[in-house]
Design a protein around this ligand. Structure first.
Ligand SMILES: [Zn+2]
Length: 212
């Protein structure tokens, strides 16, 4: 059951709502294609759900990505990453990235690996930015990617970082937009994640409202 904005005591004006929806739309269309509208939904009021870990402001299921109006833009990147990794890659492709993360961090629980990889992707995208056209954009992206590179290399080593970066770049460029969800991936997702992956936020001070 959705939690209302009044209950959370937060306000977003019409203009902010519109620009957030537009940004989410633009990003998902780049990653998943123009004809995939209907695959995502932006909730204008409230958040998705209250969970023991906080308020869910993003959600990925096998057929829909939902974002709360109060989510940070990075929640869109986060949910897109889940969809590509958990639902559009083949098992062989996915296992390469799972193994990189598992070997480095020593965790094997699929939900922890899925969330950990998504966090690395958000870190990467927030540092490199989204793919841009034009010379200035390219030069800037080049320097930014070195910075992001140093950050991730420290965590994972050069070889694995290269592999992950290539994958992250492909996602943001829309390299997986022609893929569809296989029955195998759908079953796996429902089995491992009970049908849902969430992006949660919480206010550490009060535990009551969403951090914006
Ligand atoms: Zn997540």
């Amino acid at each position: 059951m959705a939690v209302s904005a009044d209950e959370l005591n937060i306000r977003v004006d019409d203009e902010e709502q519109q620009s957030f929806s537009n940004a989410v739309d633009k990003y998902f269309k780049t990653v998943f294609g123009e004809d995939q509208v209907g695959l995502w939904e932006v909730l204008q009021k409230g958040v998705i759900q209250r969970l023991p870990t906080g308020y869910a402001v993003g959600e990925c299921t096998t057929d829909l990505m939902t974002l709360s109006m109060y989510a940070p833009e990075s929640a869109a990147w986060h949910e897109a990453f889940h969809r590509v990794t958990e639902l559009l890659l083949t098992e062989d492709e996915r296992s390469v990235f799972y193994k990189i993360y598992q070997d480095k961090y020593g965790v094997s629980d699929p939900r922890s690996v899925a969330e950990g990889l998504a966090d690395l992707f958000v870190d990467y995208t927030s540092r490199v930015g989204l793919p841009k056209n034009g010379k200035f954009g390219k030069i800037k992206t080049f320097f930014k990617s070195i910075y992001a590179g140093i950050f991730v290399v420290r965590k994972l080593g050069i070889k694995d970082t290269r592999k992950l970066f290539a994958f992250f770049n492909d996602i943001n460029k829309g390299a997986y937009r022609t893929r569809t969800v296989s029955k195998e991936n759908e079953d796996r997702f429902n089995r491992l994640f009970d049908g849902y992956l969430h992006y949660t936020v919480t206010n550490q001070t009060t535990g009551q409202t969403v951090d914006l």
